[in-house]
Write a protein that binds this ligand. Structure first.
Ligand code: PLP
Length: 471
């Protein structure tokens, strides 16, 4: 489709239109940014936050419709988290958990997390980011299978468009071209299966259930062609986040898990976005009836206030790790900042707040309004599908609603819409495939949900007009 949008809209991802924010960015290197354009235009500088809002350095207010990076569940000014951090800084700002050391916040957080964890998780290993949790999952998987004498069983399967971080190993599972091309990823041992997005990948006339069956069959074929004795684990986000906010088709995880069981392949749930209420249950595993062997979580674990993640494992895995650590003298794996006491204290306080404020019930109460307003946007000729669950959602933008044809990526329709939203005081994220991701703080009110979608509607209408003008 040979159309070109007016120059002012050809903006870099999530950057403001115009140059009111122009700054020298002499030394900071910013990820997921067109560095050349960025040098010229400068970033949007966020200076303060309160509730669901943030302000830039020019005093403009924005409703943070992505909760930072899918993480700020309790908003940008929760005093109890600041107090928990201050108290812990005063009591003990650092201590490690290597070699038979621990701290009270680590122990208390592990107890609390495992109390609410998906079954059958019984141990938590703390790290500082989602990527590190994924990396630890890979290391534990390999160690586990070596411990079982299955030294060939090492391949990890993820889904195309899945997002599992950017470390060399995690980035090999993140099957998104932008994050792999020219970084010499993926590493071998990491293989990819179909994306579970019915709207984009379902065939004409195929039901959701049939689509799920096809994907489970393809997964089985992949395992068979690689050799089941070489395949160790399958990792999936319950709702795929950064790859395009895709909810799984009906019956998908049931069918996939039957295949995994048959070939002794571990099921790993990457709950880094879904964990802690986002989908209307404490875990995405509960929303989609997933029985995981390992679970990763991060982000909302501390409401994004401090870096912390966890890898949770079941006894089945722990028992083998324990035997292996005996053999080697120790579990040879840990980070300086893993189980940082201040991060753990803040995470513990976050979990207490979720409990006290019934955060899951709150999401369930608000989700109908959120999803109703989201769905209403599918009337736009630009919106192929509006989809979501709980308080997460997306708009997939298309050139033709009948054929689901997309605009050429160079047009940056998604980024244009996100920039328009920003002009109307709303932060949303343009994801690959011209998908607009929405994932506000869980403390958002009904009125603020309306405000979010009022601004988004205006941005959709303006983008429609731009496209029409340019056609
Ligand atoms: N897994 C999922 C599902 C994620 O969404 C992310 C980040 O967005 C990660 C892993 C990586 O987390 P981090 O950016 O903290 O390394």
């Amino acid at each position: 489709m040979p159309i070109a949008l007016p120059q002012e809209t050809m903006t870099i991802m999530n950057a403001p239109i115009g140059d009111s924010h122009k700054k020298d960015i002499a030394h900071a290197l910013h990820p997921y940014t067109n560095l050349a354009v960025h040098e010229d235009q400068g970033p949007l500088i966020i200076s303060k936050g309160e509730g669901v809002y943030v302000w830039d350095d020019q005093g403009n207010r924005y409703l943070e419709g992505l909760g930072g990076l899918w993480c700020v569940s309790l908003g940008f000014s929760e005093p109890r988290l600041a107090a928990a951090a201050a108290d812990q800084f005063a009591a003990l700002p650092y201590s490690h958990t290597f070699a038979h050391r621990s701290t009270e916040p680590v122990i208390a957080l592990a107890d609390k997390l495992l109390e609410i964890a998906p079954e059958p998780m019984t141990k938590a290993f703390f790290l500082s980011s989602g990527s590190e949790a994924i990396d630890a999952m890979i290391r534990f998987t390999w160690y586990y299978n070596n411990g079982r004498g299955l030294t060939e069983k090492k391949k990890i399967i993820s889904r195309k468009r899945g997002y599992h971080g950017v470390t060399v190993a995690g980035g090999s599972l993140t099957a998104i071209p932008l994050m792999q091309n020219d970084f010499d990823l993926p590493l071998d041992r990491m293989i990819h299966t179909n994306t579970a997005g019915y709207y984009r990948y379902g065939r004409t006339g195929e039901s959701e259930e049939e689509f799920a069956t096809r994907l489970a069959d393809n997964l089985e074929q992949l395992i068979l062609s690689e050799g089941p004795e070489t395949v160790a684990a399958f990792v999936a986000e319950p709702v795929m986040g950064a790859g395009g906010v895709m909810t799984p088709p009906a019956t998908y995880f049931k069918k996939v898990q039957a295949v995994l069981k048959k070939y002794d392949v571990l099921m790993v749930a990457d709950e880094v976005i879904c964990g802690f209420g986002r989908t209307g249950n404490m875990w995405g595993c509960q929303t989609y009836d997933i029985q995981p062997d390992m679970v990763t979580c991060a982000k909302q674990l501390s409401s994004g206030y401090l870096p912390i993640s966890a890898l949770m494992i079941s006894d089945k895995i722990y028992d083998v790790l324990k035997e292996q650590s005996k053999k080697h003298g120790a579990l040879g794996m840990g980070y300086t900042y893993g189980g940082h006491p201040v991060s753990c204290a803040v995470a513990l306080e976050t979990l207490k707040i979720y409990e006290e404020r019934n955060i899951v019930d709150r999401v369930r109460e608000l989700a109908p309004r959120f999803q109703e307003r989201l769905s209403a946007l599918s009337k736009s000729p630009l919106v192929g599908e509006a989809r979501g669950v709980g308080l997460i959602g997306a708009l997939e933008l298309v050139a033709d609603k009948n054929t689901r044809e997309q605009y050429p990526a160079e047009l940056k329709i998604g980024a244009t819409l996100a920039a328009r939203a920003l002009n109307h005081g709303l932060v949303v994220r343009a994801l690959p495939g011209d998908v607009i991701g929405i994932c506000p703080p869980l403390i958002i009110t009904k009125e603020q949900i309306d405000e979010l979608f009022d601004s988004l509607s205006i941005a959709v209408t303006e983008t429609e007009a731009l496209v029409k003008k340019a056609a």
